[in-house]
Each structure stands twice: as structure tokens, then as C-alpha cells.
Design a protein around this ligand. Structure first.
Ligand SMILES: [Zn+2]
Length: 434
């Protein structure tokens, strides 16, 4: 008798709890035209299922033309995953209606305000997951909410697609064009950032770094936006230079410091690698071993021990050492304010380097000579552009890629980058499920 009494109490408690749940949902996730009918535990007690039905007399909305249309029939019940609640998965159950839409002259499935097409997650849950996927890696997000990586992908895709459709480009004064390696360094992406003083964000991603792919940026932004751009920062990659000349002929084109330094470091690293293996072949003492970071880092960023090691290394008469000294001397360029004096310094540095007989460095000098005016634009514009912006964004993009390890496809990378750097608007939501 007593145990039966307990069961009755329990049943009543659960009944009240489920009623409360519907009250809460009506408070935070309510849609005109639909009602929450009842909530219950699934048979395995791991999830809560909430039946939804159309409000009596309300018309279904055609998912093609977004207008009300007369009903046709009803499909089998679908499950829409909602934000989990106290360790229970939560599903909305709803039988989609089909409408016989005169405007579209077709039988079309209705659109429901909590869902997005065929996606199995509710919009609220997608926004919730996508926000977490910006802080955690996608894998961690999936684990934290006991869902799958694919569902996190769906969530981010939904939010990014919405964001790109609804973002406002407005006036763009300055852009930075950058490239980034992916797929274990075998492929390149082109990234275009807005780098205005007040607004920095990722504007566009291109699948390669070819003329054809970069052309896509100018098409996507439209003539109106492009024609008002005042500054363009890029590196010396020829397809970029060519299209920027063509489309932004009025803008001041700047080869920025970050890319020049990066190229110089690459050249120095080639010299070091080549010389290291040559010394090994000739059976000489491996004085260059583990010198890579010593040489690539700015000397003022070295620790005391490293300083001593560097000083030792610099006593040797090696190509690497001479290349290093040239690289360090070049840093002085950035301290000039006047484009004229910067130009004189640049010419002198190139002259010395051309006599160095170190081919990778000579290659840099030739390229700097060829792009002399674009480099000096850095000094003409430096009071107006905050330098280092592109470098900062480039670092963020690399962190995003690292957080998305396990992603190999371009699509995933594209979504992850827009999601973390695009500053995209988010879909409207009936309630802030933080
Ligand atoms: Zn229609």
C-alpha cells in the first residue's frame, strides 16, 4: 500500500515538473501559431520529449515564399533537438504540415520558426552550440554537451550562413590581404581583412591565392565598396599586386612590415638550412645546430643564455652569420619617419646585400628594389594606419586553425575562420540561453 502511495506521489511530482517545464518554455521559447502540448520522459528516461502542435486555426507558412498557405497534409513526426536541461537531452516533437501554395504552385513543407530547413537542431540550440564553439574547439564543444562533432558543424554553419547574409559592409577604408597555409602546409588560403582603425574583421576567404580566386573578393564586395577603399596592405605575391593595381587604383597600396620581415626570415632560414647540411657533408663542427630560433627571433627578445650563444655564433665567418647581420641591420628601416630617408636607407641596404654573394638574401634585395615605392608607402601611410593589425589577425587565424585540428576540409576551415574573425551578426533569438 505504502509503496503504491509513493508511486502516486512521484507520478504527481513528475506531472507537475513537466507542466512547469512547459511554462518555462512558454516564457523563453514561444512562437505565435504553435503551442506546447505536453512534456514527458522518453521510455529510457534519458531525454525529455515535448510535443508541439499548431494553434487551432493558425495557418502554416510556405517555406518557399514565406507566406501563409492552405494546408495539404501532415508528415510523420520529426524530432528537433533543443538545449539540454539538467543532464537530459530535450527534443521538440512536431509533425510538419505541407501546404498547397498557390503562389508557388506546388505542395511545399511548411517552415517552422524554431527550425532551419532539414537541420535536426533547433535554432536556439544551434546558436547556443555555436557560441561555445567560438571559445572551445569544436571537439571540446561536442564533448561538453554530449553531442556530435557533426552537430557542432551544423550549428556553426547555420550561424555563419545567417551572419554572412545579414552583415552590413558599410564603408571600408582599409583592407589587408594575407595568405595562410593549411592542409599541412600544402595549400594556401587568401584572407582579406578590414583593418580600419575602429573595425577589424575578416571580410572574405578565397580557396587559393590565384588571380581567379582573389578576383572573387572584388566581385563579392561590389564596385561600390571597392571604389571607396583608401588603403590596401598586402605582401609581394604577384596575383595580389596585379588585382589591387587594377581594382583599387586610387588607393594607397602598402607592402606592410609584417610580410617583408616574414620573407626576410624565410630567406635567412634557407641560408641556415643549406649551410648546416653543407657543413655536415664536409665533416665540420655543427656550430649551427639548434640555432634556428636564435637567429629568427629579434635579438632584444632573447634570454641571457641565448644572448651568449648568439654572441658565440656570430664569431664564426659563416654565410648564415652574414645573412643574419643583414637582416638585423634592415630592422632600422622601420624607425624612419620620412619616406625620403627610408628610401635612402633601403637603397643602401640593397646595394650592400647585392654584394653579399648570398643568393636568398640577394633575391630579397632584388624584390625590395622592384617594390620600392610600395614599401615606401608604408612610411607615407604610417600615421594613418595602425601597423601590426594584419599580423595580429594572422596570428588569430592560426590559433583558430590550430583549435580546429582534425578538420581537413576547406569548408570547415572557412566556417571556423568566419565564425571567429568575421564579427558576424547573430540570428535573433527569443531569449538569451547563455
Ligand atoms: Zn509558397
Amino acid at each position: 500500500m505504502a509503496s503504491r502511495g509513493i508511486l502516486v506521489v512521484l507520478a504527481v511530482t513528475i506531472f507537475h515538473f513537466m507542466l512547469q517545464l512547459i511554462t518555462i518554455l512558454n516564457r523563453c521559447h514561444r512562437f505565435p501559431g504553435f503551442v506546447y502540448q505536453q512534456a514527458r520522459f522518453s521510455s529510457d528516461h534519458k531525454s525529455i520529449e515535448i510535443a508541439v502542435r499548431p494553434r487551432k486555426g493558425s495557418k502554416a507558412i510556405c517555406s518557399r515564399c514565406h507566406q501563409p498557405a492552405p494546408g495539404y497534409d501532415q508528415l510523420a513526426e520529426r524530432r528537433f533537438e533543443f538545449i539540454p536541461f539538467w543532464g537530459f537531452l530535450v527534443f521538440l516533437l512536431y509533425s510538419m504540415r505541407r501546404v498547397d501554395c498557390r503562389r508557388c504552385q506546388a505542395v511545399v513543407v511548411e517552415e517552422v520558426p524554431w527550425g532551419d530547413g532539414k537541420r535536426t537542431l533547433t535554432k536556439a540550440y544551434m546558436l547556443f552550440l555555436a557560441r561555445w564553439a567560438r571559445r572551445l574547439s569544436w571537439k571540446e564543444t561536442a564533448e561538453a554537451f554530449r553531442t556530435s562533432w557533426d552537430k557542432v558543424f551544423d550549428a556553426v554553419e547555420h550561424v555563419v550562413t545567417w551572419g554572412l547574409e545579414h552583415r552590413v559592409l558599410g564603408q571600408i577604408d582599409a583592407i589587408g590581404v594575407d595568405e595562410i597555409q593549411y592542409a599541412r602546409g600544402h595549400k594556401y588560403l587568401t584572407l582579406v581583412y578590414q583593418i580600419d582603425l575602429g573595425v577589424t574583421r575578416l571580410l572574405w576567404i578565397g580557396k587559393e591565392r590565384t588571380i581567379e580566386s582573389f578576383q572573387g573578393f572584388f566581385t563579392a564586395m561590389g564596385k561600390d565598396v571597392i571604389s571607396k577603399i583608401v588603403f590596401v596592405c598586402s605582401d609581394m605575391w604577384e596575383p595580389y599586386l596585379k588585382l589591387i593595381r587594377e581594382h583599387c587604383s586610387e588607393a594607397l597600396h602598402i607592402l606592410d612590415r609584417f610580410h617583408i620581415v616574414a620573407n626576410m626570415n624565410k630567406a635567412l632560414d634557407n641560408v641556415r638550412a643549406e649551410e648546416t647540411s653543407r657543413m655536415k657533408r664536409e665533416g665540420r663542427a655543427p656550430v649551427l645546430r639548434k640555432s634556428r630560433w636564435l637567429l629568427l627571433r629579434r635579438s632584444e627578445n632573447l634570454g641571457t643564455d641565448q644572448h651568449f650563444r648568439l654572441r658565440d655564433l656570430l664569431r664564426y665567418n659563416l654565410k648564415t652569420v652574414r645573412a643574419y647581420l643583414l637582416k638585423e641591420a634592415f630592422q632600422q628601416l622601420w624607425e624612419y619617419n620620412s619616406p625620403v630617408w627610408a628610401g635612402k636607407f633601403l637603397d643602401e641596404w640593397c646595394r650592400q646585400t647585392m654584394r653579399s654573394r648570398i643568393e636568398p638574401m640577394k633575391k630579397i634585395a632584388r624584390s625590395l628594389r622592384n617594390h620600392r615605392e610600395l614599401i615606401l608607402n608604408y612610411f607615407r601611410a604610417q600615421k594613418l594606419l595602425s601597423s601590426g593589425v594584419v599580423e595580429g589577425l594572422n596570428n588569430k587565424a592560426k590559433v583558430t586553425m590550430r583549435k580546429s585540428y582534425g578538420f581537413r576540409t576547406y569548408r570547415v576551415l572557412e566556417l571556423a575562420l568566419y565564425h571567429s574573425l568575421g564579427k558576424l551578426p547573430e540570428p535573433d533569438s527569443t531569449h538569451d540561453f547563455f
